[in-house]
Design a binder for this molecule. Structure first.
Ligand code: HEC
Length: 91
């Protein structure tokens, strides 16, 4: 019984961590920003691999031009995680 509880707690813990995983959230962004963050040639501003502007977090939450707003569909934690992930793509 105690073992079962422990396993359940571990499963809950790992799945909540996976949920806030930037790489997983980034799946929603790939279509416009590309797997490596280089963006699409046809979409101005979609190259994130050269670094982010100081307004990047705001642009993610509120949208900008063709960039959809993610302030409502992503939790604050997910926005933070995905921004960290994007920064990691920077070459
Ligand atoms: C429909 C296409 C599209 C999707 C989907 C999309 N983006 Fe964007 N994104 C853009 C475009 C185009 C820009 C440039 C906007 C501009 O500057 O006019 C942009 C800009 C941004 C910026 C601002 C960069 C800066 O330096 O200010 C961030 C951050 C960003 N996107 C992250 C994301 C993340 C994270 C996701 C997924 C959760 C995502 N985008 C999904 C098209 C998209």
């Amino acid at each position: 019984m105690r073992k079962t509880m422990l396993v359940m707690v571990m499963v809950l813990f790992t799945s909540s961590v996976a949920f806030a995983d930037g790489a997983a959230v980034y799946q929603k962004c790939k279509g416009c920003h590309g797997a490596e963050g280089k963006g699409l040639a046809a979409m101005a501003g979609s190259d994130l691999s050269k670094g982010l502007s100081p307004d990047a977090a705001k642009n993610l939450a509120d949208g900008k031009g063709k960039m959809p707003a993610f302030g409502k569909s992503l939790k604050a934690e997910e926005q933070k995680e995905v921004l960290e992930y994007v920064k990691g793509l920077k070459k």
